[in-house]
Design a protein around this ligand. Structure first.
Ligand code: ADE
Length: 228
């Protein structure tokens, strides 16, 4: 699967994906990341990509023409790319969206905005706007990387053990149950006896109950959402 990224900082995409699971998937050609620099599409001698806002106010706004030209250039060779603008005003990214993105076999074009804002008319050129959370980053690059990481690991062949994806899809609606590994006792804290019992039915029931209890306490909004 191909991820194209329009960005003023293409070099930001080099090291984060060099190692680990995504790095291996890139080597195996399961996925490819293609940063596409925005600067060459800037206007005039200084390749300007932003300007002062109409109506006044502080900060600069990204002009629409360079972004439109970059989108056209990338899409000329790949007209079926799903175009996603990263912005704090977008739909909040979650595991369900990551799964939808992983099914977009034609590839995804991520557009990372910078500066204080982006000309409103850019919104008409994309298929979807995504935010990775209710906080403001200085640009969409890190958000694009989060989307690539969460989506990429769902692609067939990326995870060593596909069973862990099945477990996650249950866990999506609740937080994860408590996990333990060796030793049986650590600084006076013992592993719950039931996990050592070998009774798999009981262990499953215990894990589900713990997951639900933890979710009710920490993230009741997830249980609410489950009803709909
Ligand atoms: N750009 C700036 N802040 C962002 C956020 N929270 N999510 C996506 N893109 C952003």
């Amino acid at each position: 699967m191909d991820f194209y990224v329009i960005t003023l900082f293409p070099e930001m995409f080099e090291s984060p994906f060099r190692g680990g699971m995504i790095g291996r998937a890139i080597e195996q050609r399961i996925l490819a990341i293609h940063p596409h620099p925005l600067r060459p599409y800037g206007l005039g001698r200084y390749k300007q990509v932003d300007d002062a806002p109409y109506g006044g106010g502080s900060g600069m706004v990204m002009r629409p023409e360079p972004i439109a030209a970059a989108i056209d250039a990338v899409c000329a060779g790949h007209p079926a790319l799903w175009k996603v603008l990263l912005t704090p005003q977008g739909e909040i990214f979650n595991q369900a969206l990551a799964r939808e993105f992983a099914a977009k076999t034609e590839g995804i074009l991520l557009i990372a905005g910078r500066y204080e804002g982006i000309d409103e008319r850019v919104r008409s050129m994309v298929d979807q706007e995504i935010s990775i959370g209710d906080y403001v980053l200085s640009g969409g690059e890190l958000a694009a990387m989060v989307v690539i990481e969460a989506t990429g690991r769902l692609l067939a062949g990326v995870l060593g053990n596909p069973d862990s994806l099945k477990e996650e899809s249950f866990a999506e609606r609740t937080l994860e149950y408590p996990q333990y590994t060796r030793p049986e006792e650590f600084r006076g804290m013992r592993v719950p006896e039931i996990l050592l019992s070998g009774d798999h039915a009981k262990i499953r029931a215990w894990r589900e109950a713990e997951a639900r209890r933890r979710t009710a306490r920490r993230r009741p909004d997830l249980l609410e959402r489950r009803k709909f």
